[in-house]
Design a protein around this ligand. Structure first.
Ligand SMILES: *Cc1c(COP(=O)(O)O)cnc(C)c1O
Length: 353
């Protein structure tokens, strides 16, 4: 981890300390209330539970310390993505999205937002850098893309987008702000599904947007308030707790992933291995759907499940959701298990295929 990241983790872990008086709890209390005491002229920020909640605010402060940008939390990644599109688009606009990115973002555009006169084009991540960006009000990036793990340069695309006044939004779910900071690379807004590595324990859904653009921040905040998409305090508590070990978890997950890549590359059962060189997600292509399913089912160190970024190693065949990948393509999300034991379990299973 570079020095910058250490500073971010320090400020996140200690985000609460400056506000605490003697006797205050170190961890954020779970505050469950729809209403706050509010008499006369409402001159407190705490008015109603749909607008604001102290547990949500504590989690936003922790994420904000990582993003180094004003942050709004949402009850899921898709709720954050919806807010980001609501904040950045209007009728008549055109959005460029990666055809190999998280597919529900495209479903939202195609099935819902197209009916509100917001159009989109989808092209592969690797082609975005050379595409003509002038028709677009929003350029949506996801690098590495999910599940294909292709890359694009946030910095150079943001520069190109600026010349035509397009807003650049980056879905940074797969790397988190500790491994990639899109706002420092020129993007206007970050969205994330914190359901994944940020919360890390696969026990709740969450999401956030972060932006240093005051107008975009206000629009996203307003969207949350009027659409009623504030996260609940229990999930906020779980995410806050998970964030406290984000750096530790990522270290183990990335070490495990790199070690696995070394051991798996060249294994006869695997036709192609894809690893972007950073992070904890590995793409493995087996020669058939059957072989891929056997690998996932037979390996005792792998949970067969969708999603990624949790403490448990998990895997799935993405073609089952209709992703544009080979039938034998498996997305392996590497977890926090002890490195040697994980490699041994996976290698042993591969030998039986
Ligand atoms: C999972 C995911 C989402 C959606 O997040 P939810 O929390 O499941 O709503 C969005 N983008 C990416 C890249 C994801 O992996």
């Amino acid at each position: 981890m570079d020095k910058d990241s250490s500073d971010l983790v320090m400020s996140m872990i200690h985000a609460r300390s400056s506000q605490l008086a003697d006797g205050d709890p170190i961890g954020p209390p779970i505050v469950t209330t729809a209403k706050y005491k509010l008499s006369g002229t409402p001159d407190t920020p705490y008015t109603y539970g749909r607008d604001i909640n102290p547990t949500v605010e504590a989690t936003e402060a922790a994420i904000q310390a990582l993003e180094q940008a004003p942050t709004v939390a949402f009850p899921s990644g898709m709720a954050a993505i919806t807010a980001a599109l609501m904040a950045t688009t209007k009728a008549g606009d055109r959005v460029l999205v990666p055809s190999d990115g998280y597919y529900v973002t495209r479903v939202l555009l195609e099935d819902i937002l197209s009916g509100h006169d917001i159009r989109f084009d989808a092209i592969p991540t690797k082609d975005i850098a050379t595409a003509d960006l002038t028709p677009y009000s929003v350029v949506w990036l996801e690098t590495p893309s999910n599940p294909g793990l292709d890359l694009c340069s946030i910095r150079s695309i943001s520069e190109t987008a600026k010349s035509s006044d397009a807003t650049v939004v980056v879905d940074n779910t797969t790397l988190t702000p500790l491994l990639q900071r899109p706002l420092d690379l020129g993007a206007d807004m970050v969205v994330s599904s914190d359901t994944k590595a940020m919360a890390g324990h696969s026990d709740c859904l969450y999401g956030h947007i972060a932006t240093r653009d005051e107008a975009l921040f206000q629009k996203a905040w307003k969207w949350r308030k009027v659409s009623g998409s504030i996260p609940d305090p229990f999930a906020s508590f779980l995410v806050h707790r998970g964030l406290m070990t984000l750096e530790l978890r990522l270290q183990r997950m990335c070490t495990n992933a790199a070690a696995l890549v070394d051991h798996l590359d060249g294994q006869p059962a695997i036709r192609e291995l894809k690893y972007p060189g950073v992070g904890f997600v590995i793409g493995l292509t087996f020669s058939s759907e059957a072989l891929a399913e056997r690998f996932i089912d037979d390996c005792p160190a792998i949970f067969a499940s969708t999603s990624f970024g949790g403490i448990h190693t998990s895997a799935e065949r993405r073609a089952r959701w209709g992703d544009d990948v080979a039938d034998g393509f498996v997305r392996l999300s590497v977890g926090c298990e002890p490195t040697g034991a994980l490699i041994k379990a996976i290698e042993t299973t591969l030998e039986t295929l």
